[in-house]
Design a protein around this ligand. Structure first.
Ligand code: HEC
Length: 595
């Protein structure tokens, strides 16, 4: 190489070394996109991406952050053309390819801008080979990216990817909150604690129909012989601005239904006529999170909203009686709710970012709406179980969501909840070993519903590392005088526990799984495959099932007459790659890829 070329190359790399880390300096680097592109990209992003990745690009749920330290660790060394290609071909997941090249370029420009890349004269085109860390720092330039004024619930700012409300209060874009269609349920019969314990055959008062979550109706008019004669009597279109994953409740011939955007309706079961409708708000941006159930007690319907408020409505006419946020920070929730005595309980999601608080289960007084207790699903420093997080400070312990409400044994007065995996997903991304259990991730926690105190716990998947959470329903079954709890997580293993003590009684693999090599027959403790113990960051590893789950949230059912558990299952496998995660500030996230 001629000396002059070598020199100029050296000079170039010296210049880059100065330019890259400094935000001010990066501003001087030639832009690879125009300000106009980024502006157009922002509109696309807010409309089509923010529901999952967050208005502040902070990520939520499984959708990674698209700005900040963790994003730069993964994307910094890659080319602008790579992220553009990924967006063009795979995003949004519900309709890949729908953006088209121009919108995908503009969105890429906006994402680069939010990571501190300066705009310039040159328009971004598909083939740009520039490395992302040559132009971006992971931190937005202070000028040029205006703050996100999203309105909606006051003070929520841009930090949560739920509820694209744009006007006053919690009402969202419709600008209307409260009873939107007035009406009255005739001859309303209050729901008593006794009815919740022994639901009338024609009612469906709880998420899984009974407290034990059997998800089974004793009604027997429809038989194998006459099922072919069923005819459509009426149909009702639900709001479809988000995932519809709800279980409607039925009481005395009235159907209570929650739809995305926090809409509750009372329908006449016979005719399908709407009796009342309440828009609790906020509106949801398309594509995100379902509310898995509402709850009913006395003369109240309880809606756990998509932004983690518990709201009580008058079951007769839909009027809002009280509204209490579960958290003082913005959070989503999908868990649904369960009423036990004079309390209503809900879970929390969206705990993947480092915020120092972590996730918890909440209880509210059904009459006043006051918060009654919280059970933190990550032990605080100094508490028993805290040592299972190694030396991580509280700020770097994340995950352990509760995204399905628990079940309940009225005789033992214990409520049983499944807890999701810790975050980041993989032990390497968590900077821990596979032997750091990270309680109470992937456990059954048994709580006293009056106090929220832990009675016992059993951890199904200690140190779980592949987004295979054990969060789904606990089905309570009595066999002789044995009181059992059955559950199955994404690994597709059916677990049998003594629900008085949490003692392990047995397990069964229902689909092919290759994560665990062996389950100790005495203790139920699983052991990882050897090559998993030795896995490395950024190197894919093959495991079954995939994060689709051998079992997912769709309920299993217990058919008492025959003693059968009927379980929806699916067989899949994946290549899982763990990535490094930024441990500074409110970063975090899931830190993994699945293919
Ligand atoms: C319904 C939710 C959803 C929507 C809407 C959505 N994404 Fe994603 N996105 C995801 C998930 C989940 C992943 C992670 C995929 C995986 O782990 O395999 C992802 C991954 C990505 C990645 C890769 C990030 C990484 O660190 O690997 C980019 C970039 C991205 N999305 C951009 C976009 C853009 C731009 C839009 C809008 C046009 C969009 N997404 C819309 C859910 C969504």
């Amino acid at each position: 190489m001629p000396r002059s070329a070598l020199l100029s190359r050296l000079r170039l790399s010296v210049a880059l070394a100065v330019v890259v880390p400094g935000i001010g300096a990066a501003q001087q680097a030639a832009g690879v996109f125009t300000a106009g592109q980024a502006q157009l990209g922002r509109a696309v992003y807010d409309r089509s991406c923010a529901a999952c990745h967050g208005f502040g690009l902070e990520g939520s749920g499984d959708a990674p952050a698209l700005a900040g330290g963790t994003f730069m660790l993964k994307w910094g060394p890659k080319m602008v053309s790579e992220i553009f290609g990924l967006i063009l071909q795979t995003m949004p997941p519900a309709d890949p390819g729908s953006l088209g090249e121009e919108a995908a370029l503009n969105t890429t420009a906006y994402i680069l801008q939010r990571n501190g890349a300066p705009a310039g004269q040159q328009a971004l085109s598909a083939g740009v080979g520039t490395r992302i860390d040559r132009i971006a720092t992971g931190r937005a330039l202070s000028a040029g990216v205006p703050a996100q004024g999203r309105g909606g619930r006051g003070g929520m700012g841009a930090t949560i990817a739920l509820g694209a409300g744009t006007t006053e209060g919690r009402s969202g874009a419709t600008g209307k909150r409260g009873v939107s269609i007035a009406g009255e349920v005739g001859n309303y019969v209050p729901v008593t604690p006794e009815m919740l314990k022994h639901p009338p055959a024609g009612d469906w008062l709880i998420f899984g129909r009974n407290y034990q979550r059997h998800s089974y109706s004793p009604l027997n008019q429809i038989t194998r012989e006459n099922v072919k004669n069923l005819q459509l009597k009426w149909a009702w279109a639900m709001n479809d601005s988000g995932a519809n994953q709800t279980t409607p409740l039925v009481h005395n011939g009235v159907i209570y239904l929650a739809s995305p955007s926090n809409i509750v309706q009372a329908l006449d079961g016979k005719t399908g006529d709407l009796i009342w409708e309440t828009r609790v708000g906020p509106d949801q941006a398309p594509g995100y999170g379902g509310i898995r159930s509402i709850a009913i007690a006395e003369d109240k319907v309880f809606l756990p909203t998509s932004d983690a408020h518990m709201v009580a409505l008058n079951a007769r006419n839909g009027q809002i009686l009280w509204d209490t946020p579960a958290s003082d920070k913005p959070h989503p929730s999908t868990s649904g709710a369960i009423v036990i005595g004079d309390k209503v309980l809900m879970g929390l999601t969206g705990c993947a970012r480092f915020d120092g608080e972590g996730c918890y289960i909440s209880a509210f007084d059904i009459h006043t709406g006051q918060r009654a207790w919280r059970f933190y699903t990550i032990p605080r420093e100094g508490q028993p179980g805290s040592e299972t997080w190694g030396n991580l400070p509280m700020n770097n312990r994340a995950g352990t969501e509760t995204w399905l409400a628990g079940s309940y044994d009225p005789e033992l007065n214990i409520t049983y909840w499944g807890v999701a995996q810790s975050k980041p997903w993989n032990f390497l991304s968590r900077k821990l070993t596979p032997f750091d259990k990270t309680l109470y991730a992937n456990s059954t926690v048994a709580l006293n519903p009056d106090t929220g105190k832990l009675v016992w716990y059993f951890q199904h998947a200690p140190g779980e590392s592949f987004d295979l959470d054990e969060v789904f329903e606990r089905v309570l079954v009595d066999i002789g005088d044995r009181k059992l709890s059955f559950s199955a997580g994404k690994a597709g293993i059916l677990w049998k526990l003594d629900r008085r003590t949490g003692q392990y009684l047995g397990s069964k693999e229902m689909v092919k799984q290759t994560v665990w090599e062996r389950i100790d027959p005495q203790t139920g403790t699983p052991r990882y495959r050897t090559d998993i113990l030795e896995m490395q960051l950024d190197k894919p590893i093959h495991v079954c099932p995939s994060t689709e789950g051998g079992k997912n949230w769709q309920a299993m059912s217990y058919h008492q007459p025959t003693g059968l558990l009927i379980v929806p299952l699916s067989q899949s496998c994946m290549e899982f790659t763990a990535h490094p995660v930024d441990f500074q500030g409110a970063s975090g996230g899931t830190g993994g890829d699945r293919k």
